[in-house]
Design a protein around this ligand. Structure first.
Ligand SMILES: C[S@@+](CC[C@H](N)C(=O)[O-])C[C@H]1O[C@@H](n2cnc3c(N)ncnc32)[C@H](O)[C@@H]1O
Length: 237
C-alpha cells in the first residue's frame, strides 16, 4: 500500500476502533511517549503558543499538549489539529470539542507562513507519501526558532534478540489483535510494512537538516520502540 488515498481510506475504516486498539497494542505506553515529548519541548517556552498537530488522528497528541502546557503553566493561544481522514477527525472532534480541526494533508496544511511556535506529528510522518514536501511545509509554517516534534517507529537493524522479539510482535501479534479489534487485519499488516518502508533515525535526521532544521534531541523510548525527534527551524528554505 503506497497510494496516499488508500492509506487515508484505511484510517477512515479503522477510526472507530483506533483508540481501543492503540491502548491494547501499546499497553498504554504510547501516552507516556507523547507526554515526554511535549514536556521536553515546552521547556523552551515561557510565553503563549500556537501549535499545529499534523496527522492528529483521534487527537491524542493534542490532549498531550494541553496537559503538558497546563503542568508547565503555559497558555496555548491556538492549537490546530490537521488530518486528511474525515473519520479520524470525527472522533477527535468528539473528544476535543473546543479545538480547531482542518481536513488537510501534511504537505499542504493551509496554515499561514511563519505562524507556528510548534508543529508536531506523532506516528504520522510514515504515512505521508509526499514526505519531503511535508517537511518543507512544516518549515514554511513554523516561525524561525520554532520546534518540530516527530514521534515515530523507525526502521531498525534486524539483528539481535530484541529486534527478533519486536519483529515477531509487529508481524504476528499486532495484526492478529489489531485485526480482531478493528475487523480490518489488512490495516494492521500495513503497520510493520510501513515501518520497514520508512527511514532509520540517522537518515530521517539528515532529511530534517536538508529541510532547514537543526537537530536538538533524538531519543528512543522503551528499548527504542519509538523515537522522538526534536528539531529547531533555523532558516527558511
Ligand atoms: C497512526 S495515526 C496517528 C494519529 C495520532 N497522531 C496519534 O498519535 O495517535 C496516523 C494518522 O496519519 C494520518 N495521515 C495519513 N496520511 C496523511 C497525510 N498525507 N498527511 C497528514 N496526515 C496523514 C492518518 O489519517 C492518521 O490519522
Amino acid at each position: 500500500m503506497q497510494n496516499q488515498e488508500k492509506i487515508i481510506d484505511m484510517f477512515n475504516k479503522i477510526a472507530p476502533t483506533y483508540d481501543k486498539a492503540n491502548k491494547i497494542l501499546s499497553f498504554g505506553i504510547d501516552a507516556s511517549w507523547r507526554s515526554s515529548a511535549c514536556d521536553q519541548v515546552l521547556k523552551n517556552f515561557n510565553s503563549s503558543l500556537n501549535i499545529a498537530d499534523v496527522a492528529c488522528g483521534t487527537g491524542d497528541m493534542i490532549q498531550a499538549w494541553i496537559n503538558s502546557a497546563k503542568k508547565a503553566n503555559l497558555k496555548i493561544d491556538k492549537i490546530t489539529g490537521i488530518d486528511p481522514s474525515k473519520q479520524m477527525l470525527k472522533v477527535a472532534k468528539e473528544k476535543l470539542p473546543n479545538c480547531e480541526f482542518k481536513e488537510a494533508k501534511a504537505d499542504n496544511t493551509g496554515l499561514n507562513p511563519n505562524t507556528q511556535d510548534i508543529v508536531s506529528i506523532s506516528y504520522g510522518i510514515r504515512n505521508v507519501v509526499a514526505r519531503t514536501q511535508a517537511l518543507h511545509e512544516f518549515n514554511r509554517v513554523l516561525k524561525i526558532g520554532g520546534y518540530l516534534v516527530v514521534l515515530e517507529f523507525t526502521k531498525r537493524d534486524k539483528s539481535g534478540p530484541i529486534a527478533k522479539i519486536r519483529d515477531f510482535y509487529l508481524h504476528n501479534i499486532l495484526p492478529a489483535i489489531g485485526g480482531f479489534i478493528s475487523k480490518n487485519k489488512e490495516a494492521y499488516e500495513y503497520l510493520p510494512r510501513s515501518i520497514e518502508g520508512f527511514l532509520d533515525s540517522n537518515e530521517f535526521c539528515r532529511e530534517l537538516e536538508r529541510s532547514g532544521f537543526e537537530m536538538v534531541i533524538v531519543k528512543g523510548f522503551s528499548m527504542n520502540i519509538s523515537t522522538m525527534f526534536i528539531a529547531k527551524k533555523v532558516k527558511n528554505i
